[in-house]
Design a protein around this ligand. Structure first.
Ligand SMILES: Cc1cc2nc3c(=O)[nH]c(=O)nc-3n(C[C@H](O)[C@H](O)[C@H](O)COP(=O)(O)O)c2cc1C
Length: 157
């Protein structure tokens, strides 16, 4: 079975999660940034499609939202999954899934994932760093990624 994980990541958490899945899975996994080179011909080579991103200022990136709308048929044709990284606790972040992915995509997915998130101050610009220090009350980078949820998600494929 071959798995394609497409990701969009601002400061590296989603990319880290995608690579963790690749390392855990016993299957053939390709991890690829969701850029303009990704098209139907690329996706069609795989049995499984997984797409992930993160929430910034209450929203996922437009590229991710547009991609899932345009390629919704692939989520139905293949075994598929979507996931998000957020600093909001996974138990309270369900609404981000329905705000990011079309209902038909969520319904077609084999599974969906909310994994928590991480703050990497060294990757942020001045504004982002100041804002995040205020919100989190923390001066140093930290991770609230839920490794059990990540493992359960990829092992379900
Ligand atoms: C400027 C900024 C805004 C953010 N806004 C939100 C938010 O509205 N809701 C939330 O749950 N997490 C928010 N986060 C947390 C990110 O979703 C989290 O850090 C995630 O791990 C980022 O992943 P990435 O670096 O791969 O993009 C924000 C982070 C930053 C830096």
């Amino acid at each position: 079975m071959s798995i394609l994980i497409l990701y969009l990541s601002k400061h590296g958490t989603v990319e880290e999660v995608a690579n963790t899945m690749k390392n855990i899975s016993g299957e053939h996994v390709d991890v690829r940034k969701l850029d303009s080179q990704v098209n139907g011909a690329v996706i069609d080579k795989y049995d499984v499609l997984i797409v992930g991103g993160s929430i910034h200022m209450g929203k996922a990136p437009q590229r991710l939202i547009r991609f899932c709308k345009s390629y919704s048929h692939f989520f139905k044709e293949k075994k598929s999954g979507v996931f998000l990284c957020t600093l909001t606790d996974p138990k309270e972040a369900e609404h981000y899934l329905s705000e990011t992915f079309p209902q038909e995509v969520i319904e077609a997915c084999h599974t969906t994932g909310l994994f928590g998130g991480a703050v990497k101050y060294e990757k942020m610009n001045f504004m982002e760093r100041s804002m995040m220090k205020k919100i989190s009350g923390k001066d140093k980078s930290f991770s609230r990624l839920d490794s059990d949820r990540i493992a359960a998600f990829i092992e379900s494929f």
